[in-house]
Design a protein around this ligand. Sequence first.
Ligand code: ATP
Length: 621
Amino acid sequence: MPKDKKVLIGVILAVLAASVFVIFNPFRFTAEITPDTQGYSPTNVPRAVPTYVEAPEEKYTFSSLVRQVKAGEVISLHVIENRVTVETADGKWSSTSFGSGDLIERLISLGVSEEQLANLEITYSIPPPFWLLPFILVAGSFIVFAVMVRRSSGTSGPLSFGKSHAKEVSDGQLITTFEDVAGLIEAKEELMEVVEFLKNPERFTALGARIPKGVILFGLPGCGKTLLARAVAGEAEVPFFPISGSEFVEMFVGVGASRIRDLFTKAKEAAPCILFIDELDAVGGRRSGFGMPSAREHDQTLNQLLSEMDGFDQQTNVIVIGATNRLDVLDPALLRSGRFDRRIAVDRPDVRAREAIFEVHVKGKPLSDDVDLSKLARATPGLTGADIENIVNEAAILTARHGRKVIGNTEFEDAALKVVAGPERKSRVISEEEKRKIAYHEVGHALAMHFTKGSDPVHKISIISRGLALGFTMPLPEEDRNLPSYEWLVGQIVGLLGGRAAEEIVLGKKGITTGASNDLERATDYARRMVTEWGMSEKVGLRSLNPLPDAAVMENQFRDTRSYSDHLAETIDAEVKRILDEAYDQAKEILASRRDILKKVVERLLEVETLDRKEFLTLVS
Ligand code: ATP
């Protein structure tokens, strides 16, 4: 359970417990007032007096009280409404009712002298105001409710939870333009149209063209969706309202819908403008139709979003840009024409785009001459724009830490390694023997890659532990591979199995370690996909045996999601095993016939801990 919820439940329970205690508390004490008239109280010291006393052995009546007062046995009297509690000199407490009227007057009328009364301490209490309790409970509940809403919505006032938290970012603050977005050429071209529309809507409306209402940017996190949306607003010089879809996710039915209404009202007032909903899937996921309160809240919020978008007319001039990593989970109604009907893929950058992103982010930073951004771009396949921004930032931090004035190639390479493989863990204790095993494993990868046709060139080998890895071998592909070939895939598997092959060759079957677990996982994944997705096994043929996507699996959760026979399943297993076995034999063959090279590279690696491509090539040639 989240910590916030625990605190909340704790507060509610505490309020309830306190209320129950106040109402039923058998030990309650009353507020005490001492009359300042007539001088009946000799001490005037307020004391707590129990209003609940044990039953006396014989019935204590008002006459008993009068008798005891006259006999001088009473020390104090404590009065609450028409009841008096009596404390006698022998330390006993008794209690009796004296009916209506004033106690003192009644005692005097029954023959108690003023002198006898003067020796007593008489105090009066007002009963606790029980009639206030309902008010206290209501006020307490309101405070708890307000705290709850404030916690869940982050708003400052208990009454503002139905309002959206989108803050307008306008003119002066919008300094992002398409120039700041590197790569993503097609996405920018598509969005240029939106910019045009925001700048000159008449050009389109004069021709009767329907203006786009919504655009969805979809793709992996960190690839520049938010950046693109900001750039559209910057280019069109219109206000920008960014909000995250998760801000509409509430536990109270109707709050999300009311926030949507408020957001669209704000946007319409500021039109022309861009309304940017990040994490659109949080608010736009498929409607379930189930009656759970959370599902009802979600459905209501989404319905509100749909109807607000339908409410746009030709004059509205508000464009809604949504961003999501999961296009497949969005409700189909959101994607139909007239709503988010433009879908733009924002994909991982290719090698040229990565170089361009490096260029955008190094702008204004002092670089040394040895920095080669195109090489860095090649060394970072699969990384996103956010990763690259991170590398540049890390490189600048490292430079400052080294006390240098310009960022050099070493800092960039170290920063890239840190982002790709995690930070160095120099403090990790590794014995000499283990270090040697790691070195054999890594050089095994490197040699298997180097001597397999179609494999990527080796860029770096290291036995410095980083993140969870004890060592790594980094390839440097010449270019991004959009269409991996059979040869390349086999080369990848041979390279991955090279580590285990080296261990077996040098340490024997009994000396192999667990270090290959991640390699085996990746190699198996390649082999399985070669057989089931890419039609690369003759025995299985060209059938696509793709597993169902997540959403389909969810919908078919009680059905068998496999669409092939047990016999074919066995063939698939056998084929995956065959590909792995053949690749492993190939890796062993490469290494067994080059044991001298393997040893030479390992010795050097143990000396320097990290080998770059140049030195590696010298050693293997
Ligand atoms: P999420 O899905 O997590 O919201 P996103 O796709 O919206 O991610 P952004 O927030 O736009 O990603 O990108 C994060 C950062 O990465 C940006 O602030 C920017 O510095 C950098 N970045 C990403 N892509 C690019 C790019 N194409 N050009 C320049 N910088 C980029």
